[in-house]
Design a binder for this molecule. Sequence first.
Ligand SMILES: [Zn+2]
Length: 207
Amino acid sequence: MDKIIYFRDDDLGITDKLLKEYLQIWIDTDTKVNLECIPARLEQSTIKLLNSLGYDHFEIHQHGVSHLEFDPWNEFPEHRDISAVEDSLDTGRRKLEQAFGEHFKPFFTPPWHNIHQKFLPSVYSRYKAISPFDIPIHIDMRIRDENGPRWKTLDELKKEYDRIKDLPAIGVLLHHYLYNNQEDLQILKEFLLFLKKERKFKFFSEL
Ligand SMILES: [Zn+2]
């Protein structure tokens, strides 16, 4: 059986400066990325951009609703009301369905990977799976070292991949809006071309 890989890109919403170039990389390399969209931050221009590029390489999921901190680093802390959270989930999901139609698939990623367990039945009754709980992440494209956060080099990424290359499925996390130069985008492109020879790229809906 083919070994597989899936990329999860968080925080789709605003049309960041390099978003088009970033999305173009997935098209140029003929690979796939799962885009986790924040309903409250979704701009018309982002919808237009994706519609113009088509969806052969992109699948849209829901990343929280507002991405606001009701507790530090948590949109869904225990003190929130279940029915209020359910209403907001539904409002957010409707917005994504209207924007992306069939290209939106019901998968959920809580911001900061944080959600109180009391909300899990509400989430599981609405979405097919939650990343990272059901769809785990193994590699983060960024690292925090003594100079602060930065994108990993191609060499670092290949070494990290090498350590887990026996896994049948590997998940990779990235955040498109943190790309601010061509060099880092080039590393992404080269890493995708390297992985393409090793594994099949999958959308969450294909796992
Ligand atoms: Zn996020």
